[in-house]
Structures are given as C-alpha cells and as structure tokens.
Design a protein around this ligand. Structure first.
Ligand code: OOG
Ligand code: NI
Length: 412
C-alpha cells in the first residue's frame, strides 16, 4: 500500500480546510479568485516573479488562524499539527499591543526550506489568557475555565492517531484520507446554538474572548491567501464593492526590496448563527467575527534589519522616511546584513515565513467594534515563551535560528 508522506498530509490538510472554509464563507472564494488573478497578471509582467517562491507555491499558499481556550487545547493542537510537519515557531504576546488582545500566540509551520517549498501551510494559534487578571477577574476566570473544561475540541483518538503518524513519518493511503477528514472536521463551524447571555458577557470583556470561550468548539477564524501585489489586490477588491479595512498593515509600499509581511483584509461579514435565548428558546441571528485576510511576503530581515524596521514603523508616516532606513537594492540589503539571502546571493532572498505582532493586533482590532480595556492590576499569569514551551512539551523555535540555517543553504 502506498505511503503518504507528512508533507503530502499537510498539503491535503491545507487544501481540504480551504474547501471547507470556502463553503462556510463564500466571500473567501471571491478573495482566492481575485488573488489568483493578481498573481497571474503579476507573473506575466515580471520575469523574476518566482524569486520569493514558485508561482505554484504562492498559489497554494495559505495561513490559517485558530483560537483555543486552555493549555490542554493548545497541547492537542501541537500534537495534531505535528502529524502535518508543523511546529511552533515564535511567541507573540498580543496583550502587550497598543490595543491589547487577551491572548498569547505561536505559529505552527514547517521549519526547513525544503519542507516550506513542498507546502508552506502555517497556522497562527492563539490561546485565551484567562490567568491574566487585567482581563479576567477571579469570578469570570472561574466560570470561563469551567466552561472550557467541560468541552472537548479534539477527539482523543484523533490526537493519538496524530502522534502515531508523526512518529512514523506518515501513514498508508486509507487511514491518511480518514485522518485528514477528521482533522478538518475539528475546525468546522458549529451549528450548536450560542448561549446569548454568556456570549454577550464575554463580548463585554473582549470579542476575541467571546469567539473562543462563548462557543463549544473551535473554528478557523480566517484562511489567508498570498499575493504578489497586495496594492493591486486591495484596489480590485474595492472595485468589486467589498468593504476592506482602512489600511494595509506592515511596511509601506515602496520601490526597493519588499520586506517581511504586508497584510490587509475585508471586514468581517455577518454570518448566520443560532442562539439560545435566556428563556431557553432558540432564535436565528448573526455574528461578525470571521474576516478575509490576504498577505504579501518579502525577504526575511536579520535582527539588525528588524531593529531598523521597528524604528522606521514607529514614525507617524513610515513611507516618508523608509529610504532613510532601508537601501533600495537587494545587493545593499545583503551587504549591510539587513536581510537574509541564500548563501549571501542577492538574487536569492529568503522569504519571511512568520508574523508581525503589530500587524496581528491591527488585524484583530480593525475587525472588532470595541477595544479591550486592561484593568490596572499586575499580570501574575506567568505567560511567556518558556511557559508555553513547557505547557505543550515542545521547544518553540526561534525564527532567527531558522533563517540563519536556511541562509546557509542553496535555494530550494
Ligand atoms: C489571529 C490574528 C493574527 C495574522 O495574520 O497576523 C494573524 C487571529 O485573528 O486569530 O492571523
Ligand atoms: Ni492572519
């Protein structure tokens, strides 16, 4: 019987999630079609369009975002994604953002350039920070934890199978199909009625808290295609009359090398959901929590380049000062040690594979109607990268270590 490799499982998982999410959120399908048209046109106009990844890779490329409630749920996610060759990279603390979100996050993704080239699927994964007293007082924390402890997001059999597949480096065809189907189903939007009063109470703390702990299951919040020209994508979506958030997050558009990550999204749409009312009756209503994000990726910056990036973006108008911080060519970027290139060759940029906390917080925020207020108490949660690594029993990889290693290799 034929053996299905880990990367093939990952490619199937990404494709099947995309099909499911497209059925749940039809506007996503529009976004994917417009993205494909943008990429086709860009590739036709630019002979070197493939330098930041082959057109096949970019066209299939997605990142997902999911949100869970407890350390146990986060551990299960780590085990499940291990079967797809996706490992935790980077620690993002969105509680520290200008507009705080009560979650701590990591991104599960392939580590090596060769695995990324086969299929680069990654999932930004956030855990609700219930231990942080700035967002949850003792009483609310207790009730949230009770609610979360009663639910089971992942069938223990699914997690056991994931561990076995990860250890074996794949599995035969028949169980592979079944495994991917069960893994995808764990992220389907629930049809269970939402408890109206509980959801409203959590929304008063944070819309993200309600999205996580106000419902009995988890779901994909968004699934993000990658484009080669995000300004073109933004204009085309607007021409179609689709309401976009106000800005493209991340570095400004400019003529020099594209760096890191630029992202934008259409605003979250009202989706039909059923509600259980305080009198016990079930009614139809809507929730607006899932949005359509899209992104463009550039070269990965070194620590030194990242310091420049943080300094440039701290200006009120980064576009006006960008050229003071970054040289206009890949050759100068490479020789100044600002960005990663395979074996130092400016023709071979190493693509940025991670996320940006400020953009993540901006994307969260631009899709929420209200900001979250942090109470003026000390944070005694103890959440940090070591806490998270200990909780999931796995190292959280440092993105710079991975880029350092990748840059030593020839391009995939
Ligand atoms: C995750 C937000 C972060 C990104 O692309 O920066 C993110 C979320 O909304 O759960 O996906
Ligand atoms: Ni995202």
């Amino acid at each position: 019987m034929s053996h299905v490799e880990i990367w093939q499982l990952r490619a199937r998982f990404a494709a099947a999630l995309s099909t499911m999410y497209g059925a749940e959120v039809p506007a996503y399908t529009t976004l994917v079609k417009v993205s494909e048209a943008v990429n086709r046109d860009y590739a036709a106009r630019h002979p070197h369009a493939g330098r930041l990844g082959s057109i096949e890779r970019v066209t299939a490329e997605r990142h997902g975002a999911i949100r869970v409630g407890t350390p146990t749920e986060l551990s299960d996610v780590a085990d499940l994604f291990g079967a797809f060759g996706m490992y935790p990279v980077g620690y993002y603390d969105l509680r520290e953002a200008a507009s705080p979100v009560p979650v701590v996050s990591t991104a599960f993704r392939p580590l090596d350039a060769s695995e990324l080239a086969r299929n680069p699927f990654r999932v930004f994964t956030s855990m609700l920070a219930t231990r942080d007293g700035r967002f949850f007082d003792t009483d609310l924390r207790r009730r949230v934890d009770e609610f979360l402890d009663r639910r089971q997001l992942f069938d223990p059999q699914l997690i056991a199978d994931a561990r076995r597949i990860a250890a074996a480096g794949g599995c035969p065809e028949a169980p592979a199909e079944d495994f991917v189907r069960r893994a995808v189903a764990a992220f389907a939007l629930s049809r269970e009625p939402v408890d109206r009063a509980w959801y409203a109470e959590l929304t008063a703390v944070s819309a993200v808290a309600a999205d996580i702990a106000g419902v009995p299951t988890t779901h994909i919040n968004h699934l993000t295609p990658r484009v080669l020209d995000i300004d073109d994508l933004y204009a085309r979506m607007r021409e179609r009359g689709i309401a976009m958030i106000d800005a493209i997050q991340g570095p400004p558009r400019w003529d020099g090398p594209a760096v890191l990550l630029r992202q934008t999204s259409f605003r979250a749409l009202a989706e039909p959901r059923r509600f259980r009312e305080p009198d016990g009756g079930v009614t139809d209503g809507t929730l607006r929590v899932r949005f359509g994000e899209v992104e463009a990726r550039g070269v990965a910056l070194t620590r030194k380049g990242r310091e420049r990036y943080d300094a440039a973006t701290s200006h009120t108008d980064p576009a006006a000062v960008w050229g003071d911080y970054f040289p206009a060519s890949d050759g100068e970027m490479a020789s100044a040690g600002l960005a990663y290139y395979h074996r130092g060759d400016p023709e071979s940029p190493v693509v940025y594979e991670d996320f940006l906390p400020a953009s993540a917080a901006g994307i969260f925020r631009s899709n929420l109607d209200t900001d979250t207020e942090a109470a003026a108490v000390a944070d005694e949660s103890g959440y940090d990268i070591d806490w998270m690594a200990g909780t999931i029993g796995r190292p959280i990889h440092d993105p710079y270590d991975l880029y350092d290693a990748t840059a030593q290799e020839a391009p995939p």
